[in-house]
Design a protein around this ligand. Sequence first.
Ligand code: C2E
Ligand code: CA
Ligand code: CA
Length: 524
Amino acid sequence: MVNADVQNVLGKSDKEIFDTQDAQKIQIADKVTVLNAKVSTSERILTMKDGTLKTVLATKGPLIDKQNNVFGVFGISRDITNQKEYEHFLEESKEKFYNLSHIDKVTNLPNRLHISEILVQMCSQEAPFCLVLIDLDEFKIVNDSYGHRFGDKLLFEVSKVLMEVFDSSAFLARMGGDEFGIIVSSSDKEELDVLMQKLHSKFSNPFKIDMIDVYITASSGICIYPDDAQNMEEIYQAADTAMYNAKKFGKNNFSFYSAEFKNEAVAYTQMVTNLKQAIQKSELELYFQPQNDVHTGKIIGVEALLRWKHKDAMIPPDIFIPLAEKSGLIIEIGDFVLKSGFEKAKSWQERGILTSRLSINISARQLTHLDFIVTLKNMLQESGCEASWIELEITESSVLENPELVISLLEQIRELGFSISMDDFGTGYSSLSYLKNLPIDKLKIDRSFIVNIQDEPKNQIIVKTVIFLAKELGIHILAEGVETEEEHTFLLQNRIDSIQGYYYSKPLPNDEFEIKLFNREASL
Ligand code: C2E
Ligand code: CA
Ligand code: CA
């Protein structure tokens, strides 16, 4: 009997206690007990006479006389309604807690913890599968320019695209930041190749967020279990390495893991560690190369070019600058270049050696870093250098990545008194027409157009057009990498303003350069 209220049940039959239908069911069950002559325990939800529901744990058994005949049924019932409710509450709380710790709030996708648990589980089974890691290219710029809420909306839209491409058998997760992880139950490279192409083609369309069209691409790395890696950590590592390999090929690419990457990854990590120490160990040093007036040969500017002397070897900037950009070290290294450059400019100006500007290269990542303008202001103050002694060189590609943001930054930089030159012009595949919108003072035509220009009719047309346009817009025009008399003559005849190249001087270390500067200044 139900123990809730003894008075309500004592001396009463099932019909008087329970709802008629349930009372009948109990009677049938009792008959079964008589027939089977066995003790059994079961949990039932019963409706009471007053309509309330009770969960009851009932043990029923046959009453047997000395001759082994069944003459009745005994029953012990316990009201376990409260216990059941508590168990249910516990289950629900567990589920809520599980969701909180396993689901990403921005995308509603499982999070890193969740996918990691699944990966561990899958590694304990034999079946092959693959992990795809997807990293959005330049997501930080979107976040920095439009704010975090906007960035979150974009992540949500990206998660929808992933759900479109991968069917419900795939396990999708947001790993954190701008990274997604997907477990696909296939190890067939051809099949995966098709899937990945489909995914990356989706990124050629813009995402519409708050009425704004945002173009964003992604880089993906794929690791196949058990061929490429055997446990969760190795899988993450391999997929990550493959993803970085994809980034090397430019944006919106994907790459399968290859064992060769491992050696490269070790070498990469080693080089990043070395580069990190390079500043403290004073292995970084600025070299200087003059920019000369094409008619008089007079120095109209000097470019500071960074050198890394590591264990008696000279590592070229074309190698370590991209490495610094990728690893984020460019901010620290860029600060070193700015600081050393500002100090040098001040010293040269005060000693009367240089009357024009010192050019300092600024990488895209450095320019769009949140603190860049503040850093410039602080460094001017700390070094005592004047902004009018410095020119900042930015590349065409850093403008193209985010024109609106970069133009606004360049305007602020100019307001501080710096002048701006556009480096490597012609390599960024940009349209000439956007030049008029850029707040720049100098255009540097890339060396690739200048090499043997006297024999390259197509390059001649490009260079002549760019010179013409720069003159129209009132921008100073310089040719980079001029080495020979022929190149010099062609550029002189076509009204270039100035030249930077081995024709006048290679980049030189400070002491040599100062001697050269003194001499040249003295001879003019
Ligand atoms: P860049 O800014 O285009 O610098 C010009 C490069 O052309 C320099 O290479 C210079 O040595 C080289 N060069 C100049 N004249 C000639 C010539 O007549 N013939 C040839 N063949 N080359 C010439 P460098 O010093 O190896 O620097 C390579 C690149 O590394 C630079 O290209 C620049 O993009 C980057 N870089 C150098 N220093 C820094 C720095 O402090 N910060 C940043 N962000 N990037 C830097
Ligand atoms: Ca430069
Ligand atoms: Ca250049």
